[in-house]
Design a protein around this ligand. Structure first.
Ligand code: ZN
Ligand code: ZN
Length: 205
């Protein structure tokens, strides 16, 4: 015989799934509250309380008896006479179904929709890699302009630092910083009278 399971909902109410939970059958099994309907010319049994039956937590083998009262419904254990006022059977069934779902979904995979769909969107609006560029304009000791250009790759802490001196026609990097070859292959600075080009990469000749 199949092992019976009783789920404890709280200190008063426990519940079980009857034979007609999520199904119907040609016999009522352990369901104690059912109706019959003709399906393909034979009687089929359907549970009247969605396959959920309430039991006394102190006496799990005993099914609680339901009665209407002035402010809703009341469940009573025929053995210990414990009376539990419930709003409605329907609300209590929902509570039991939610408790069952916790069991079903406890190891579920969490899909973060923002992670799934945003990258696709980013691809369309931003075809270039995710570089962050920060510029800072200063003057050197000779009074000439220095454009400091920081290049970082999103997600990396390191940065490449370029110093562009338009008057002196210089493009230099700070060796204390990240090797430019790590994140870029070429930088080109167009000045009034010349172009400063630096290329990086292993395949350079
Ligand atoms: Zn039932
Ligand atoms: Zn009881």
């Amino acid at each position: 015989m199949e092992k019976k399971i009783i789920y404890k909902l709280d200190d008063d109410i426990s519940f079980r799934k009857c034979s007609l939970f999520e199904t119907n059958g040609t016999d009522h099994g352990d369901c104690t509250n059912f109706h019959t309907k003709d399906v393909n010319w034979s009687d089929h049994y359907f549970c009247n309380q969605e396959g959920i039956h309430f039991h006394c937590t102190k006496h799990p083998e005993i099914e609680l008896e339901r009665a209407d009262c002035s402010d809703g419904e009341v469940l009573t254990c025929p053995k210990c006479k414990n009376q539990i006022h419930i709003g409605s059977t329907h609300v209590l069934i929902s509570r039991c179904l939610r408790a069952l779902n916790r069991e079903i979904f406890k190891d579920a995979t969490l899909v973060r929709l923002d992670d799934w769909y945003v990258p696709e969107l980013k691809e369309k609006t931003k075809p270039t890699p995710d570089y962050r560029l920060i510029t800072n304009v200063k003057t050197d000791k000779d009074g000439d302009t220095i454009v400091v250009l920081y290049v970082t790759y999103v997600g990396s802490e390191d940065k490449v630092q370029f110093f562009i001196k338009p008057e002196k026609g210089q493009l230099t990097t700070d060796h204390k910083d990240l090797d430019p070859a790590k994140i870029i292959s070429k930088i080109e600075v167009t000045l009034k009278d010349r172009k400063l080009i630096q290329t990086y990469g292993e395949d350079q000749t």
